[in-house]
Design a protein around this ligand. Sequence first.
Ligand code: PHB
Ligand code: FE
Length: 329
Amino acid sequence: MAKTELMPELGSIEPNQHGYRSFSLGKFSFSRDEYFAHIKWPNGSHIMPADGFLRAIQRDVAWAFFYGIVNFDAVVGTVNHYGSVDLFAGRFNEQYRKAGLDYLENFKTPLIQRVFEALLEDWTNSTFDPFAAPQESGTAFGPKNGSNKRAITRHRVTAKRMIGAPADEPVRTDDNGFPVNRQFADVPQDKPDVKPERGFEDEVVAFNLFAYLSRSDVTWNPSVVSVCKASLYCPTTEENILPIIHGNDRVEWFVQLSDEIHWQVEDRETGSIRARVIMKPGDVAAMPADIRHQGYAPKRSMLLVWENASPELPQLYASGKLPPAPVKF
Ligand code: PHB
Ligand code: FE
């Protein structure tokens, strides 16, 4: 097999001069050097910083392509069709569209998942943790230098009923590897006092959500901590910049639990700016179904993302049967 030949679904066997393998998916190709990811498609190409690219693809992989659109930046990203995934360039960028430079291919989810996982593993050096805050990770840059499989294959917390319920996701403690984060040293660690009637010990459960979040070792990674039918509470701890620009396919509610996040809200199709939203503790926002957004957290903060996971929602919004905003003032 020639050196540059690509193994179907995987990537080049031989690394390039920087030590990294190259990958292809349909007519897209991906390669990296010491500083950048290079993405090519039949009528264009793009360059992204390696750290930002890895932080974005880490989330796309860990969240199984999330709800709707995951823009890695203003050019490249994915659309989740829940079974298949579009990989696109320029699709949600007005200038690329006008110039006819946008490009899109659809892949069955397991295929794109496998390629992205292989790429993430090969391109993440031992020093870099794509889920960690920049101040808590070493460098993503330089020639290939080991790997960090433990960081990129972290367990995704998805409670069946609630954190701490019997046979469900455990609470976080020093002993199970989740010390209090440096920026949440002031968060009380007390436990709720629960006194269920005899026979209801499995049904009446409580945990300290602030203490739980203070022990998160990742940023911009919502965990499902409670489930009531399709209603998912997905709180998360945020520091620095959300590594993706999320294009909604449904309404999302945000409750700012601590500190401050600045949201840049853009039109989902064109990327034109619609609003800046500065959320302080106690603020609640309903992010409309036709926007995309990216958050900026000057200091590690706690955010509750409230998702409605009903599978019929994307179609109801896309067809106009539901209005894009849940409240009118
Ligand atoms: C979002 O796109 O709504 C989102 C994603 C990750 C977060 C917070 C919000 O950590
Ligand atoms: Fe979102």
